[in-house]
Design a protein. Structure first.
Length: 721
């Protein structure tokens, strides 16, 4: 199988593009590196296209290996024909391959194999010979079956003999690839998911109430419903089945398989087909359909998780500014951590603003002193217990204080997971777990990406049924998403943690730790070339990672841009032609006319390795050197006086932050410690098929309260005017 040719056809790209992508992949190139710095070779394929090609390449490579196993197995049985070999060679689907292999696949002892052991295969073949339009009519099968009676082999009656022959024929029919393909298609198009809640669970007693008497077409069932059904079944609350018109299926199978005009043979086949369908085909194919739907639901759920995670990681940073980070609490007080403009921990205080007037007064004095002492510009408040009360406390202080500081509510999902992790213990071995949590809250306001990469994505709270999906695939796709985001933004080489560095193109965990160790020992990196002095960071790794690492105020201003070192010489020529002073890249003045770049003839700079696509990227980078591609920072202002779910009333209009987007809508934090749901039908004044078209995690939205259920802690919201 020519995999490159197949990929070129499937993705509608040239054969040379595929060859180059596969060659780069074999050389150890990462997807971000290929997408950003090898556009000439890939034909400017983007990350999404490249990942799809790599995934399909992996699938087809695995398929080829499986084909080898199948061919060897069939050949060893002496049953490999030229036609069968061609069928297998042209197959592009794992399911179809297994259907072709089914009749030849070594089986455990089945009723058919036991019948063969009893010597009943010739009887089965004789009956099959009668199943022809022109075959002679027979009045009875019993006479022939009488010849196969054998007490030693436990064939004690004619019924035993005919039953064994039927088992052999039933298995052969069940193994036919065309039969399985037809039935799989029929069940998918015409099957209906049916679920019931078991009698042990009375009405209103479970979260699966909507599935009490549930019917949904297999072909149309939403992925989140599939995962919910399977979870309810696993928890032994639901019974789940796929129902369909059995009579119609049997009628079609009889039409395909029964050819004889003899009433005796036709009746034998009808009975055999019904048995084979109910005993072999039906359970096997329903299991396959369910597994296929599970894979589909997993992929859709993972896609949703990926989209949410991407939006969360790429949330606008408030900026590297002096920050007061607060993990609120009532009885245990508020933990206050001070961070400098690089995210370095400076000081910790515990205050008790919610424990009486005297302690509140002391807490206010402490906060004021800290704000003045460290020139605090940002105050990050975790959105957990006592968050709204703490936010109000800080707001009151800032009203009476000559300070430019702003207080922002920060989603603290996963902060407690981080604070108890080995990584947190390594970073802050002498700090209490609660202080580490406060530091994490502050840092994720300064730069969400740099801090959130330290937390297992599954703990961040933006998934949908993430614990029900295939975990290995989930882990792989989330890691790819983090890698994509990190390399899209770029990383400050002199401040990045090892946890952040390991997601940079080409950098392993070992190399990431070595970079940090080198930095701790030698001081800040002065230029990108210095990376080559890091242990185990060779030329190949340097090629992959250098363009994604930034050095502020280093020896070379280009080191703080996305320009790859391999293009520095070309950039210098461009600068000379346009009379730009690279030392003053950020200035667009008469002395440094960045605008002249637009009028350059790029063709004059084309080389064997650098073409127009890369040159256009270089021009854009020179126009906005070291730019952060993330959006401008904004934050929600929760309505004063709305602190608990009991404060909400139907019809209220509030501002909130989108915390999670799922297939059936979006969850929004309106500041009452319980996210409300905007159902997909309430997202817009039009039909919405995908909530991600309307909203993104972290987006600030206006909502109207539709419903409040304090008992179940459910809030219904709407974005429809």
């Amino acid at each position: 199988m020519d995999i490159a040719r197949i990929l070129a056809q499937e993705f509608s790209v040239s054969h040379s593009q595929i060859d180059n992508v596969l060659e780069l992949l074999s050389e150890g190139a990462t997807i971000p590196f290929m997408a950003r710095y090898r556009k000439e070779r890939t034909g400017s394929l983007d990350e999404v296209q490249l990942r799809a090609i790599v995934d399909r390449f992996t699938y087809l490579t695995e398929l080829e290996k499986r084909k080898e196993t199948v061919l060897e197995s069939i050949a060893s049985q002496g049953k490999l024909t030229d036609n069968l070999k061609k069928q297998i060679a042209s197959c592009l689907d794992k399911t179809v391959l297994e259907d072709i292999y089914a009749p030849y696949k070594p089986k455990r002892r089945t009723r058919a194999t036991i019948a063969k052991e009893k010597g009943l295969e010739p009887l089965a073949q004789w009956i099959q010979s009668l199943n022809q339009p022109q075959s002679a009519k027979v009045s009875s099968l019993e006479t022939e079956a009488q010849k196969y009676l054998n007490t030693e082999k436990e064939v004690n009656s004619v019924e035993d003999a005919l039953g064994g022959a039927a088992d052999i024929i039933a298995e052969q029919i069940a193994d036919k690839a065309e039969i399985r393909a037809y039935l799989r298609d029929y069940l998918f198009k015409n099957g209906v998911f049916v679920s019931k809640i078991k009698k042990a669970h009375p009405e209103g007693s479970t979260k699966y109430e909507m599935y009490r008497n549930y019917y949904y077409a297999v072909s149309k069932i939403p992925p989140h419903n599939i995962l919910a059904l399977y979870r309810g079944e696993a928890e032994k609350i639901l019974t789940v089945d796929i129902e369909f018109d059995t009579a119609a299926v049997l009628s079609e199978l009889e039409y395909q398989e029964v050819n004889s005009k003899s009433a005796v043979v036709r009746q034998f086949y009808r009975t055999t087909i019904a048995d084979g369908f109910n005993r072999l085909l039906k359970p096997s194919l329903i299991r396959e359909i369910r597994n296929d739907l599970k894979q589909y639901a997993d992929l859709e759920s993972i896609k949703t998780f990926e989209a949410n995670l991407r939006n969360l990681l790429l949330a606008p940073p408030a900026g590297m500014k002096a920050t007061m980070a607060m993990d609120p609490g009532f009885r245990t007080g508020c933990k206050v951590a001070i961070l400098d403009e690089t995210g370095k921990f400076l000081e910790y205080q515990a205050i008790f603003p919610h424990s009486g007037a005297s302690k509140q007064e002391q807490a206010a004095k402490t906060v004021q002193q800290l704000i003045k002492k460290y020139s605090i510009e940002l105050i990050a408040i975790g959105n957990g217990t006592a968050s709204r009360e703490t936010d109000r406390f800080i707001s009151d202080i800032l009203k009476n204080l000559d300070s430019k500081a702003i207080n922002v509510m920060v989603n603290e999902s996963g902060a407690s997971i981080y604070s108890a992790s080995d990584l947190a213990r390594q970073e802050f071995p002498d700090l209490d777990i609660t202080v580490r949590g406060a530091i994490s809250i502050g840092r994720r306001l300064q730069d969400p990406l740099a801090e959130l990469v330290k937390i297992d994505p599954k703990s961040i709270g933006v998934g949908q049924y993430q614990h029900d999906v295939e975990q290995k695939l989930l882990q792989q796709k989330l890691a790819e998403t983090v890698e994509s985001c990190v390399n899209y933004v770029g990383v400050d080489l002199n401040t990045a943690s090892a946890e952040l560095l390991k997601f940079v193109s080409g950098i392993s965990s070992t190399v990431a730790n070595n970079i940090v160790s080198y930095r701790n020992e030698k001081g800040k990196f002065k230029n990108r070339q210095e990376l080559l002095k890091v242990t185990k960071l060779g030329a190949k790794t340097f090629e992959q990672c250098a363009g994604f690492l930034r050095i502020r105020n280093g020896n070379n201003p280009l080191d703080n841009t996305a320009v790859h070192p391999e293009s520095y010489s070309v950039v210098k020529k461009i600068a000379q032609q346009s009379t730009i002073n690279l030392a003053n890249l950020n200035q667009n003045t008469d002395n440094n006319p960045i605008s002249k770049l637009d009028s350059l003839n790029l063709q004059q700079f084309v080389t064997d390795t650098i073409g127009i696509p890369t040159l256009k990227d270089l021009i854009e980078e020179l126009k906005k050197p070291g730019r952060d591609p993330r959006k401008q920072f904004q934050y929600a202002e929760f309505q004063e006086g709305i602190n608990e779910i009991s404060d909400l009333k139907e019809g209220m209009k509030l501002e909130g932050v989108v915390t999670n987007v799922v297939n059936f809508g979006a969850f929004v934090d309106v500041g009452v410690h319980q996210d409300g749901l905007v159902h997909i039908s309430k997202l817009a004044n039009r039909f919405v098929s995908d909530p991600n078209e309307i909203l993104k995690v972290g987006e600030i939205v206006k909502v109207t309260v539709l419903e409040v259920n304090e008992k179940l802690r459910r809030i219904g919201l709407s974005m429809v005017d």
